[in-house]
Design a binder for this molecule. Structure first.
Ligand code: ZN
Length: 396
């Protein structure tokens, strides 16, 4: 038994802070939470004293690319062999865990490296954050993400692609509904998979019990995906009132990934980022933030995602996204919820993670300082005193 004594506790769901709490962990789960003066701690229990700090659920990132290095120019890495991608994914997963992210969803991985990493984690070969993996993305021939993805055109090809990924062990299916910034020669605003293709792909994924996520930046592509019943819109740059209303109604989530364009714009061509990416990113920066604000105001379910692995968007600095969401108008508590309970809903894991409550997995952060006063403190790993993953400490 492990008992964590917490000065302050944020549970990931409810507003406000509980003071002087005891969190009891047995095995990999939280079994009990109560005021410190109501518990008699057994003499043989292990005790972690955090009476001057904050406890919160382990953070969740709904959109990462563990195989990508965050290099300014990704082109030299495009022909790397599978082993190189796998080694990098392991190293990046470790950095991510130590930064306080106990669960990540990897969206798009050449050779299905993420699915293979997940299996290695399940077999206790590697200790890393809980992983939700998509494997290869499904793209149109020559479209955004086609390099490491499955190219599919027409309803039977997308159905076959989804079945192939389910067979490989994908937890979620990533569908490319529009062009994007990082593939040369494709337009972020342009729709790619057609509405019909999206309808068949989503239905096939749901038939197999898998969630779907779409890379979608342009308005028409987002609309196609939402109408097709997609579970989460990634990026969502060009939203409009009508789409936002539909998302609220259908419960479609938004994973904004503000970090990705932010880093590209901050470092620019001088930083070595390809000109085509910098130009495309600059075009959509403002609109992206506006869409985020409008979706937040309207009550769209928002899950934290970074797109970590894109230029200068390093694994282990994922919590910077919280700061960007707050700067764009979200309350600190809602930003924390976006990175805990609401992210767990996006992943369909809200019965297991994203919350400090009895019965939940003991994924817990011990934080120095008050993240509700300044979410920015979470982005500095010095302030992440300890990370528990299933009750086991990640920092020694
Ligand atoms: Zn991405």
């Amino acid at each position: 038994m492990l008992v964590i004594k917490a000065g302050y506790l944020i549970d990931g769901v409810n507003d406000g802070v509980l003071e002087n709490q005891a969190v009891v962990i047995e095995g990999n789960k939280i079994t009990h939470i109560c005021p410190l003066d109501e518990i008699e701690i057994p003499a043989d229990a292990e005790v972690a004293d955090h009476l001057h700090g904050y406890l919160m659920p382990g953070l969740i990132d709904c959109h990462v690319h563990l195989c990508s290095p965050g290099a300014a120019d990704p082109r030299p890495f495009k022909d790397e062999p599978e082993a190189a991608l796998a080694f990098r994914a392991v190293a990046n997963a470790d950095k991510t865990l130590k930064a306080g992210f106990t669960t990540v969803r990897n969206l798009g991985s050449k050779f299905d490296v993420d699915i293979k990493l997940k299996k290695a984690i399940e077999q206790d070969i590697i200790w890393a954050p809980r992983l939700v993996a998509s494997g290869r993305c499904v793209a149109i021939t020559g479209g955004h993400g086609h390099g490491g993805g499955i190219e599919a055109d027409g309803k039977w090809e997308v159905i076959k692609a989804v079945r192939t990924l389910v067979k490989a062990g994908a937890d979620v299916i990533k569908l490319m509904a529009t062009g994007g910034v990082m593939t040369e020669g494709v337009e972020p605003g342009a729709a790619e998979l057609t509405k019909e293709e999206l309808i068949f792909a989503v239905a096939e994924a749901h038939r197999a019990g898998r969630k779907t996520a779409t890379h979608a930046q342009g308005n028409t592509g987002i609309r196609n995906a939402v109408e097709a019943g997609i579970d989460s819109v990634e990026h969502g740059v060009f939203l409009d009132e009508d789409i936002i209303e539909m998302m609220v109604e259908k419960g479609t989530a938004l994973v904004p990934t503000l970090s990705a364009p932010h880093k590209i714009n901050a470092h620019g061509i001088e930083g070595g980022i390809p000109k085509y990416a910098v130009e495309k990113s600059a075009m959509l920066l403002e609109q992206h933030q506006e869409s985020f604000r409008a979706a937040y105001k309207a009550g769209v379910l928002i899950g934290l995602g970074t797109d970590a692995g894109t230029p200068f968007n390093y694994h282990g600095s994922n919590a910077g996204e919280l700061e960007l969401m707050v700067k764009a108008g979200m309350s600190p508590m809602d930003a924390i919820r976006a990175g805990t309970h609401n992210a767990a809903i996006v992943l369909g894991l809200d019965h297991k993670i994203g919350r400090l409550a009895p019965g939940y997995l003991a994924d817990i952060l011990l934080v120095k300082g008050d993240p509700l006063k300044n979410v920015g403190i979470l982005a500095d790993t010095k302030n992440i005193v300890q990370v528990y993953l299933g009750g086991k400490p990640a920092k020694v």
